[in-house]
Design a protein around this ligand. Sequence first.
Ligand SMILES: [Zn+2]
Length: 90
Amino acid sequence: MDIESFLGRQANHFVKELIREGLNVKTPRVNFSKKIRKLTLIVQRNRCNHCQRVLDVVNFDHIDGNRANNSYSNCQALCPNCHAKKTRRK
Ligand SMILES: [Zn+2]
């Protein structure tokens, strides 16, 4: 086997691996930074952004539904109830 076809084979293998991983690996659950979460709670006065109830359990929600967008403007704090309702709507 010459070097070119050997490398070609390796590259093929590598691409196949990448595709397989890409298909299997779920989008990692990235989240908002500590700073953003803290700021969100302060701005919302520790209340749910939907029902305005005081939060004991806080769910941080991506407003636009895009988990890769972890900017402050995309962050809201919800109670588990409202968060579940929102998630179900999607
Ligand atoms: Zn709520």
